[in-house]
Design a protein around this ligand. Structure first.
Ligand SMILES: C[S@@+](CC[C@H](N)C(=O)[O-])C[C@H]1O[C@@H](n2cnc3c(N)ncnc32)[C@H](O)[C@@H]1O
Length: 213
């Protein structure tokens, strides 16, 4: 088990993971695929697909927690909260590192659900939710940022990376989920290029990049 030192958060996460598993079946019936990235690239899809969880698995959540703890990330930014599953793993790590999470979500119904979800955990005061298009709401966010998790629509990965790149500290990690989706090809090309100042590894469609000193 993970996060047992936050029992309320653990209970909320268990319920969210169960709901996300049910939702994945609904997604499969609607789209005919288990590919959670289908149709998620275009700008018009910003809210249209917003009803679905499309969440990280428990194992991916633990990976986020481990990475954030390992680099002592106290200032973490997330693009795409959905119903808050990944947010809670990241917020727990941020809190355990004496820091905070800034997360983002554009879908109004999900924002309302997120406020209630975070309030039901021990982590509410470690989370700032920015409501609206992250390409705008993240503009005022200052550095240094220790870790960035990209999990909104893939066509916005590159604009958000470019927006926050000056604020990412040396040694910061950028984790990009579903990065082999065609709409994230521009992002992947940039972080795999030495000019980005990052070194990047891709496995199971998750790209992990480190900002080199
Ligand atoms: C794949 S889901 C995120 C899943 C979540 N990270 C988790 O693991 O629980 C993507 C979410 O990003 C949101 N999103 C997409 N584009 C966005 C944007 N430009 N600004 C803010 N949120 C966005 C969608 O509404 C959707 O809820």
């Amino acid at each position: 088990m993970t996060l047992d030192h936050y029992p309320a958060t653990r209970a909320v996460l268990d319920a969210l993971h169960a709901a996300a598993a049910r939702d994945a079946r609904r997604w499969r019936d609607r789209t005919g695929t288990t590919d959670a990235t289908v149709n998620a690239g275009g700008g018009g899809a910003l809210v249209r697909l917003g009803e679905f969880y499309l969440a990280v698995s428990p194992d991916e959540g633990r990976l986020l927690y481990i990475l954030a703890r390992a680099i002592k990330a106290g200032r973490i930014v997330e693009f795409g909260a959905s119903y808050g599953i990944s947010s809670l793993y990241l917020a727990a790590a941020a809190r355990d590192n004496a820091g905070t999470l800034i997360t983002t979500e554009v879908h109004p119904d999900k924002c309302a659900a997120l406020r209630a979800t975070f309030a039901a955990t021990e982590l509410a005061d470690a989370i700032t939710l920015l409501e609206g298009d992250a390409r705008e709401t993240l503009r005022p966010v200052s550095g240094p940022i220790d870790m960035l998790f990209l999990d909104g629509w893939k066509s916005a990965y590159l604009p958000i990376f470019e927006l926050l790149r000056p604020s990412l500290r040396a040694g910061a990690l950028i984790v990009a989920d579903n990065c082999t989706h065609a709409a994230a090809a521009d992002y992947l090309a940039v972080v795999q290029s030495p000019a980005s100042g990052c070194i990047t590894s891709v496995r199971d469609s998750i790209a992990i990049s480190c900002v080199l000193p």
